[in-house]
Design a binder for this molecule. Structure first.
Ligand code: COA
Length: 371
């Protein structure tokens, strides 16, 4: 029997700093009423100084590994979906690998905008299903506040920061990731993009003064695309799994705009209670939005063993994706004991020490071998 990818751990991290609609109204010409009625967002989280995509991803990952009861050394692969990596390279996934002490894991980043988490989940599930890996950590993490133009009211009201993670494990039992669909339409690339900083427009005085390092978006067109693609991708992923919409217990959509989610809910003919939303508190956290929402749905007791959960997203690219999961872990989960938690902490201190020693040894070796 071939193994499927089962979700055995989940975790999230959002920065403590809250930016409310009222705060934004004191920064740009907007209002709480406009933002709530047009988007459904009331507040979002913004990374504090020193917080980065890698640091938030690491915190979400630690929580997910704790719930999975997995030592980072057992991980075979780490995939980080992000549009806001710490650097162009090295990959944020490598920074997370080092911070966790996941010494046996390969690591790479994946860029598919707000669909990034679904892409990463799909790739990881297929790598598990083909027998290449057993334990895979999939993370969606973003520090969108660093590429947001806080003077542009059309975009700054929408986005927030955060990270979510899932631990996937190969298992021959029933359930796990049942199917996934991914799609792209590059002709819509300019509808949502970060124009400069890549090979087309390297950073220069001009790109900085013209604000080319900030998110640029044609909101209405993205809205139309999203409202059409969400129900379409949901139906496709269910068809691929041999399921019907009536088999679904919970839908976790990408959290971009409540009106998009409501339109998709109506198009699918499901009850609003079946479609999870935490957008009001976090705004659009891009690749982090689906894993953070899934984690909160589990924490709120909305997911049960054998439930079918459909995650569906869309984003820059343009891209879209959906994944159908049959939840196989019994819930609620017992939190790890105090001793286990202490053991995890010791492991992470060891990981930090290991990284420090390896850097030191590399420097010493460089000195030693210098001509
Ligand atoms: N506060 C007050 N007014 C605002 C505003 C703000 N924050 N942002 C835009 N406006 C104004 C516009 O200037 C425009 O004014 P005008 O009619 O005088 O020109 C008016 O509100 C309507 O703008 P419009 O862009 O047509 O609004 P909208 O109803 O389409 O809502 C979005 C704008 C961005 C909320 C909506 O298009 C959207 O959510 N799109 C999808 C974006 C998305 O999900 N992106 C991420 C994809 S992963």
């Amino acid at each position: 029997m071939t193994a499927a990818a089962h979700v055995i751990g989940w975790g999230k991290y959002v920065p403590v700093r809250v930016l409310t609609n009222e705060d934004l109204a004191s920064m740009v010409d907007t209002s709480d009423d406009w933002i709530r009625t047009r988007t459904g967002i009331a507040e979002r989280r913004v990374a504090v100084d020193g917080e980065t995509t890698a640091s938030m991803a690491t915190r979400a990952a630690r929580q997910a590994l704790g719930i999975a009861g997995l030592n980072p050394i057992q991980l075979d692969l780490i995939v980080v979906a992000t549009a806001t990596p710490d650097h162009s390279f090295p990959a944020t996934a490598c920074l997370v690998q080092d911070a966790l002490g996941a010494a046996h894991a390969a690591a790479f980043d994946l860029s598919a905008g707000c669909s990034g988490f679904i892409y990463a989940l799909s790739v990881a599930a297929d790598l598990i299903a083909c027998g290449a890996y057993e334990n895979v950590l999939v993370i969606g993490a973003e520090t969108l506040s660093r590429i947001t133009n806080w003077g542009d009211r059309a975009t700054c009201v929408l986005f927030g920061d955060g990270a979510g993670a899932l631990v996937l494990q190969a298992n021959g039992g029933d359930g796990g990731v049942l199917s996934s669909v991914l799609g792209a339409d590059g002709s819509g690339g300019e509808l949502l993009c970060l124009p400069a900083g890549g090979s087309r427009e390297p950073a220069s005085h001009r790109t900085v003064t013209e604000g080319r390092h900030y998110i640029q978006m044609k909101g209405r067109e993205v809205f139309r695309f999203a409202a059409r693609i969400m129900p379409q991708a949901t139906r496709q992923v269910l068809e691929r799994a041999g399921l019907d919409i009536s088999d679904v217990n919970l839908i976790i959509p990408h959290q971009a705009n409540q009106r998009i989610m409501d339109t998709a809910t109506r198009a699918l003919g499901v009850s609003p209670g079946m479609v999870f939303s935490n957008l009001e508190r976090y705004g659009n956290t891009s690749a982090a939005s689906i894993p953070v929402a899934l984690c909160e749905a589990v924490e709120q007791g909305l997911v049960h063993r054998n439930d079918v959960v459909v995650c569906v997203g869309f984003g820059a690219g343009l891209t879209w994706g959906a994944a159908a999961i049959r939840w196989s872990v019994p819930l609620p989960q017992e939190p790890p004991s105090r001793w286990t938690q202490m053991w995890y902490r010791i492991n992470y201190v060891y990981a930090g020490l290991r990284s420090w020693v390896r850097r030191l040894l590399r420097r010493l070796l460089a000195l030693w071998t210098r001509e």
